[in-house]
Design a protein. Structure first.
Length: 1006
């Protein structure tokens, strides 16, 4: 009996697989994670991946990381997951014992419930919940506990205690369980297993009794690292950079190799394997998340640094390998060997009827003989032609060639050659094309399709006629393919691909990104799917969809795209050769690309479509809300974003989600982008039905979700309000009728009010006119006084000139001194008379323009700058600098002519009396006034003048003007300031010079 038990213990399942191609993605704080320590990973029942970090919980749907933190807890440092996925109850704890429940796709902080405690106390010992390989931060000798259906296990360093729920009895199993602070126990399918490293056994424990033992070298290897998670029910072994899965099936442990990867310097904390999507999730303690996608596509090539990895034409060589024009042989695991073919081009290779391999260079063919194992070859001359394509039937060879129209030119003629038999000997007939030919295919015993760079032609072998298909204009033909159902398909360069039916080319729809506009070829698998390589990815579509589209152009064709993430080393496949893809006898397809030959079994490659779609999150004017079936918003909401949550972990190009919102004009299906949200703007009140549909299968089946967007009306948009308005309007009509009766009375009253108002307006006008009259009178008085003074002062020089002339006339002779004195007196009097006259004219001009011109807004700085430029030459002659420090942002309505005259006179006065100094003009704003200051460092104005001008300004109407004594300049300035209701302050500087401060009333003249 013991021998039989021992034999059972030795019986272990251990299986290996071939090397696995994989693609790796890394995520950290740079691209979505809140923190670089991923401690545990779990997938909930809805399909979302959850991760714990030291800065919150993360939900991953395959494209977006949704971070949850700021829970009402004293820490956001989460540790491990535990609970039950099927019951939608997944818990996670933090370092301080608090918990968060994952339920219904969202996390929620909960109280410390007794049934789900992650730390319990028994006696004086704290026991930590043990549910994964999580690295506990406990002291040496830490203890743990595990709950099972019928009892609880207490794990100590040298003992395992089992307490039954029914009897309460405790059983003690003395075994050394804890190594380096971590128990050597894992749970699989709710069965406890203990790794006995000394005995190199794995023990199964039930009710604290060892009930079975297994030999598993990888599990008991001290170099193995075990990762397990009870909530995921997964166990992994990492040994020498190779991951293995461990399953418990039919009472046995089954270890299976998963993938070998380079994990140098890793700090792995958690592992999760998604068997459906074939993705391995690795949580690192410092480097974030690593996602390893296992692939059914294998790029095969030699060392790319030594040998080129660009491939074109290939031939099936064995059941599982292909051969290239160079003679190199490849299978899915890489390079096999080579036949060392010479003088070849990559764009052509083919078999003849005897299995010989044909390769070409520019002017000849080399036919490598099968009977010599392709060591010997026979040369076949093509003269000046280059072969493009070749095939044979039961009677003869067919060859398609091109020949340069002019030597060295890039334009070619084409030729179709038919040989008499299956040899390159005697030619039976030729067909010539005045254009470069690319591909040909025999459709039946009488017809051959010939593709060119500008159209598709049909050749009749009986009538020897060539006809061009009318629907092929401007099409550069790349390939012609016949599928199992007898249909012919044509691929083109840049114009898509076509179905040839009744000599008419029917264009097929392109993919969303227009990559199929330059499809290379079409390979059909056993299930009727077409595999179409392009310059940007590999596409799969069932031929039934294309045939339905050919019958009904409104039918929507959905293509499934495979990209580099599926296992290629490049998205760009190659074409333009005679054979663009192979189907091997073992069922594998082989496609040439820019970086390797891509091997895959189309019957094993899985197309992933999303299954679950959730509409539960929205953002209304930047505020996130959660809802169930109904979303409430207001008419004040400018934008509503509804998030479409889809857990999908394959190529996101294959998520086809459409949305349609009812209740809006021209509602139609809209394709949702990769951001997976639908946006609505400024919706009116009412119940708007949003329908979302998502493609979930190759057959074109959709899953649907609907959401009611409810926007309540304003009170005035409700039915009862409209009813009240109707009643109110009816009552208003009654009131209007009643109002008509008293209309005349009210009309008279209103007329009286109008008359009273107009009378008041007239009184105001008269009052304004009276004020204007007073202003005009004052101006006239000032003008009279100024003109009278000027006139009085003019008489003195005139009288003096008259006296001098009389004296000259009476005395006939004068000595030279007297003559000079007389002429000097006449000159001074005349100059004085001229100045008085010019001043009078200047004042008249200013007054005229002031009354006639409209006020305009202008820059005070520019006005001062103009005057500065005018006096610069004189100032420089006096070695004086004029500084314009006026604020450039000050604009004024003050009469430009008057202000210009004022500044001119003041600046003229300063320039005259300032030598070897500086004149500074600055500005300021005080309340509604502009303060303009002019300071010079000249001889300065004496106190007597300052007192005179100050008194004159205060009482200009009554003071006598001393023009002869003080000149006209400042008198004119005072007069002009009166006209613009402004003032000037004269001040003698402390050191030297005078300051003039203008207080200008900044208003627009009426």
């Amino acid at each position: 009996m013991y021998k039989n038990i021992f034999s059972v213990f030795l019986f272990i399942f251990f299986s290996t697989v071939h090397s696995q191609k994989y693609n790796t993605e890394f995520y950290n704080t740079d691209n979505g994670l809140p923190q670089n320590s991923v401690k545990d990973i779990v997938k909930d029942k809805y399909g979302f991946i959850w991760m714990t970090t030291e800065n919150g919980l993360v939900r991953y749907d395959g494209i977006n990381f949704l971070v949850y933190k700021n829970f009402p807890l004293n820490s956001q440092r989460f540790t491990y997951f535990y609970g039950n996925i099927e019951k939608d109850s997944i818990f996670t704890g933090i370092d301080y014992g608090n918990k968060v429940l994952l339920h219904g796709k969202y996390p929620k902080a909960i109280r410390n419930l007794k049934k789900i405690q992650n730390i319990i106390t028994k006696g004086n010992t704290n026991y930590f919940l043990y549910c994964s390989n999580y690295n506990f931060d406990t002291t040496q000798g830490g203890s743990f506990y595990m709950n099972f259906k019928n009892g609880r296990y207490y794990i100590k360093e040298n003992a395992l205690i089992y307490a039954s729920y029914d009897s309460g009895a405790e059983e003690n199993l003395k075994i050394k369980l804890i190594h380096t602070n971590i128990p050597k126990i894992f749970v699989l399918d709710e069965q406890m297993f203990y790794i006995d490293s000394q005995a190199k056994k794995v023990r199964k424990i039930e009710a604290n009794k060892i009930t079975n033992s297994y030999t598993s070298p990888l599990l008991t290897d001290i170099n193995s690292k075990i990762f397990w998670n009870r909530v995921n029910n997964q166990v992994f072994i990492l040994n020498k950079n190779t991951f293995y899965t461990c399953l418990y099936e039919k009472g046995q442990l089954k270890v299976t190799r998963l993938v070998q990867i380079d994990l140098k310097g890793n700090n792995l904390r958690s592992v999760y394997y998604d068997q459906f999507y074939r993705k391995l999730y690795l949580g690192d303690g410092t480097k974030g998340l690593q996602i390893i996608s296992l692939s059914d596509f294998v790029p095969s090539k030699r060392d790319s640094q030594t040998f080129p990895s660009v491939f074109y034409s290939t031939l099936p060589y064995s059941d599982s390998s292909v051969i290239t024009p160079s003679g190199d042989i490849y299978h899915r695991n890489g390079f096999v060997g080579t036949k060392n073919f010479k003088n070849y081009t990559q764009y052509f290779t083919d078999y003849d009827d005897k299995g010989n391999i044909i390769i070409k260079n520019e002017r000849e063919l080399r036919v490598y003989q099968k009977k010599s194992s392709y060591r010997d070859f026979v040369l076949v001359s093509t003269e000046e032609s280059q072969i493009k394509d070749f095939f044979y039937d039961e009677n003869r060879y067919y060859m398609l060639t091109i020949k340069s129209k002019i030597h060295g030119n890039t334009e070619f003629n084409g030729m179709l050659t038919l040989y008499k038999d299956k040899s390159f000997g005697e030619i039976e007939k030729k067909f010539f094309f005045n254009i470069e030919t690319t591909k040909f295919l025999k459709t039946d015993n009488d017809h051959i399709l010939v593709g060119t760079i500008n159209g598709l032609y049909k050749v009749s072998l009986k009538s020897n006629k060539i006809s061009r298909l009318a629907t092929s204009n401007n099409l550069s033909i790349r390939n012609i393919v016949r599928t199992r159902d007898g249909n012919f398909w044509v691929t083109t360069l840049g114009k898509g691909f076509y179905l040839l039916k009744n000599d008419i080319l029917i264009k097929m729809p392109c993919d969303i990104n227009q990559n199929l506009s330059s499809a290379h070829t079409i390979l059909e698998d056993q299930k009727g799917f077409f595999w179409i390589p392009s310059n940007n990815g590999l596409y799969r579509v069932h031929k039934d969809q294309l045939l339905k589209y050919a019958e009904n152009k409104n039918y929507t064709v959905h293509y499934y795209r495979f990209s580099k993430k599926a296992g290629f080393d490049t998205n760009e496949f190659n074409g333009g050769c005679n054979i663009t893809g192979n189907q091997l006898k073992n069922g594998e397809f082989v496609l040439p690309s820019l970086d390797g030959l891509v091997f895959f079994d189309p019957m094993k490659v899985k197309a992933y479509y999303p299954q679950n779609i959730y509409l539960e999150r929205a953002q209304i004017d930047d505020k996130e809300v959660y809802f169930q079936n109904r979303l409430y918003a207001t008419q004040k909401s400018n934008r509503i974003d509804i998030f479409i949550d889809v857990p999908y972990y394959a190529n996101t190009d294959n998520i086809m989600i459409y949305a349609k919102l009812s209740g809006v004009p021209n509602a139609k299906w809209e394709l949702i982008g990769k951001n997976r949200k639908f946006s609505a703007f400024n919706l009116g009140y009412g119940n708007h039905l949003l329908t979302i549909k998502m493609l979930v299968s190759d057959s074109g089946k959709f899953a649907y979700k609907k959401v009611n967007i409810i926007i309540p009306p304003y009170f005035y948009q409700t039915f009862w309000f409209k009813t009240l308005v109707f009643l109110g309007l009816s009552f208003l009509v009654y009131l209007l009728v009643k109002w008509r009766i008293g209309f005349l009375t009210r009309k008279n009253y209103e007329l009286e009010k109008i008359i009273s108002l107009r009378t008041k307006n007239l009184s105001d006008t008269v009052e304004n006119l009276e004020i204007t009259k007073i202003k005009l009178r004052k101006e006239i008085e000032l003008q009279k006084k100024l003109i009278g003074t000027i006139t009085h002062d003019i008489t003195t020089p005139v009288k003096f000139i008259a006296m001098i002339t009389d004296e000259v006339m009476e005395k006939k002779e004068f000595d030279q001194l007297r003559t000079e004195k007389v002429f000097s007196s006449i000159h001074k009097s005349s100059h004085q008379l001229y100045n008085f006259t010019m001043t009078l004219k200047e004042y008249a001009d200013i007054y005229y323009h002031h009354r006639s011109d409209e006020s305009k807004l202008y820059s005070l700085y520019k006005l001062v700058e103009e005057k500065k430029i005018l006096f610069n030459a004189i100032a420089e002659n006096n070695n004086t600098i004029i500084n314009n420090d006026v604020n450039k942002n000050i604009y004024t309505w003050i009469s430009k002519n008057i202000l210009a005259a004022i500044i001119h006179n003041l600046l003229d006065n300063s320039v005259k009396f300032t030598k070897n100094g500086a004149i500074t003009i600055s500005s300021d704003i005080y309340e509604e006034n502009i303060i303009l200051m002019l300071q010079d460092t000249g001889t300065g104005m004496d106190e007597q003048k300052i007192e005179y001008y100050t008194q004159l300004q205060d009482n200009i109407e009554h003071e006598k003007l001393l023009l002869q004594k003080y000149g006209m300049g400042l008198h004119l300035v005072l007069q002009l300031l009166q006209m613009i209701e402004s003032k000037i302050i004269f001040k003698k500087n402390k050191l030297r010079g005078t300051s003039f401060t203008l207080i200008l009333k900044n208003k627009k003249d009426d």
